[in-house]
Design a protein around this ligand. Sequence first.
Ligand SMILES: Cc1cc2nc3c(=O)[nH]c(=O)nc-3n(C[C@H](O)[C@H](O)[C@H](O)COP(=O)(O)OP(=O)(O)OC[C@H]3O[C@@H](n4cnc5c(N)ncnc54)[C@H](O)[C@@H]3O)c2cc1C
Length: 230
Amino acid sequence: VLSGSKMWITNAPVADVAVVWVRTDERVRGFLVPRGTAGFETREIGGKLSLRASLTGELVLSDVRLPADAVLPGAAGMSGPLGCLDQARLGIVFGVTGAARDCLESTIGYAVQREQFGRPIAACQLTQAKLVDASLELGKAMLLALHLGRRADAGTLRPEQVSAGKLNNVREALRIARECRTILGAAGITLDYPALRHANNLESVLTYEGTSEVHTLVLGQARTGLNAFR
Ligand SMILES: Cc1cc2nc3c(=O)[nH]c(=O)nc-3n(C[C@H](O)[C@H](O)[C@H](O)COP(=O)(O)OP(=O)(O)OC[C@H]3O[C@@H](n4cnc5c(N)ncnc54)[C@H](O)[C@@H]3O)c2cc1C
């Protein structure tokens, strides 16, 4: 019998089934909760300024009675949810490089076309510095993603390495999106160019799948052996 609630669940308003991780009398266990189960309801969260194409909502479980086969048999303890998170976070390490690349390529295309004072703004030294910094960080982010992917394939990827990839690549993708936005000038605040849309969406990515602060603490613990989570 499950009771509790959880905010900020992607696709909660439309999902046919929820995967719910629960602290039981013994260990953390995973359960499948189909929509329509008595005591289970979902509520949509409105007013989002980020990831607006994706529905987000709350799961509410009030004395939800489930059959014994609703429990995920192979997962007991935190390794179950943390294993899922490692998979999702590795996807983010790659995904955000795509957002950054879209920002950079579209911005270079704009900067070589857009003329001010008789020459393209891409010929300005400050603009080139921004584009070069963004290119360096994007290249490093892509190489980091590739390296972590190879470690995952080899079965040697450690959770703190995923934290390093998630923390670095989301942070740098967000910086690239914001810097590209400045090169686009006023056009950068519109939907004509992707930079601000990506920047807004990356704000969510900075928070979900482990906030940047929590990944910093994971890495701090890995480096020092000391837990600073509380
Ligand atoms: C669009 C979107 C979709 C999401 N989808 C899902 C989903 O499908 N499933 C799911 O489970 N969750 C989902 N989330 C939730 C997301 O994982 C949480 O928002 C995130 O874990 C942060 O929790 P919180 O919002 O309650 O912030 P809080 O926990 O209140 O944190 C607020 C701030 O305090 C900091 N903080 C908190 N504790 C500490 C600490 N110990 N030390 C230092 N700093 C700390 C945080 O880093 C953050 O900066 C989604 C969120 C968004 C925005």
